[in-house]
Ligand binder design. Structure first.
Ligand SMILES: Nc1ncnc2c1ncn2[C@@H]1O[C@H](COP(=O)(O)OP(=O)(O)OP(=O)(O)O)[C@@H](O)[C@H]1O
Length: 253
């Protein structure tokens, strides 16, 4: 049983409705085309692709936030639709968008998140997460009083409160300073060493090159490369992953 599995997953977003009677304005948009992907337990996996390639759509399907039009997705063997509760329990997602409740402090936010998973007395683990993300001194700070980078740290913390075996990070280092980047990657690498499966999307390709054992590249909803980072670099050539990425994205199909 794999950590993450997508079998023949396609996603067509319905067309926007317009007019008095809400007529469909077009054929809809195909964001994912017949995706087959397996991530094994313990992998540090990179999902790369240009803006609009379909990365967030794929993550939303795995998190049960968007339904695939066709195909099937599982987390630790749990179907993301039929067995939503178990699949969601096995997964921690750090979303790309910064969303938060402005009425709570950092600790209250994390206690609330723990409550969603039925976890009481989770403060020891919350303390450890806060420490590792450099947030200990923001414990009692209201969410709206945090800087953008600090709010992002809280999103990471929220994804980890229930100690999920699979962690998906959707561009977690966008807009965060060098210190947090380093701290965050140390912490995530440690979690990976302890057995957590990590799926990361990022536009910082040097981060992906340093961290990910295997990489999938998405282009216009299709997987155009899938291999170990080392094999990709060797096969495509170039000095680094950024050059390999550019070559793959510009290659004719
Ligand atoms: N709710 C929606 N309705 C219609 N189209 C959508 C919807 N959500 C996403 N799309 C379209 O699907 C495509 C894939 O979007 P997605 O957000 O998955 O890309 P991405 O690879 O995560 O991009 P980025 O790197 O910019 O975050 C885009 O063309 C986007 O406009």
């Amino acid at each position: 049983m794999s950590a993450i599995q997508l079998e023949n997953v396609s996603k067509i977003f319905p067309p926007a409705k317009k007019g008095l009677f809400g007529q469909a304005s077009g054929p809809g948009f195909q964001a994912l085309k017949d995706i087959n992907l397996t991530v094994e337990h313990g992998e540090f996996f990179g999902l790369l692709g240009p803006n609009g390639a379909g990365k967030t759509t794929m993550i939303s399907i795995l998190a049960g936030l968007t339904q695939a039009t066709t195909g099937r997705a599982t987390i630790c063997g749990y179907d993301v639709i039929a067995d939503y509760k178990n699949s969601r329990r096995a997964l921690g997602v750090v979303p790309q968008e910064i969303v938060y409740d402005p009425f709570f402090t950092v600790r209250e936010t994390l206690r609330l998140q723990s409550g969603y998973f039925g976890l009481r007395n989770n403060d020891d683990w919350i303390d450890e997460i806060l420490h590792n993300l450099g947030l200990s001194d923001k414990n009692d700070t209201n969410m709206r009083a945090l800087s953008g980078g600090m709010k992002r740290r809280v999103l990471v913390a929220q994804a980890l409160v229930h100690r999920p075996p699979v962690i998906i990070l959707d561009e977690p280092t966008a807009g965060v300073d060098v210190d947090l980047r380093r701290g965050l990657w140390e912490f995530i690498t440690r979690l990976n060493r302890e057995g957590h499966t990590i799926l990361l999307t990022t536009h910082y390709l040097e981060e992906a090159e340093a961290l990910c054992g295997r990489i999938a590249m998405l282009k216009a909803g299709e997987i155009v490369a899938l291999d170990t980072t080392a094999a990709l670099l060797e096969r495509v050539g170039g000095d680094d992953l950024e050059e390999a990425f550019v070559r793959i994205m510009h290659a004719e199909k």
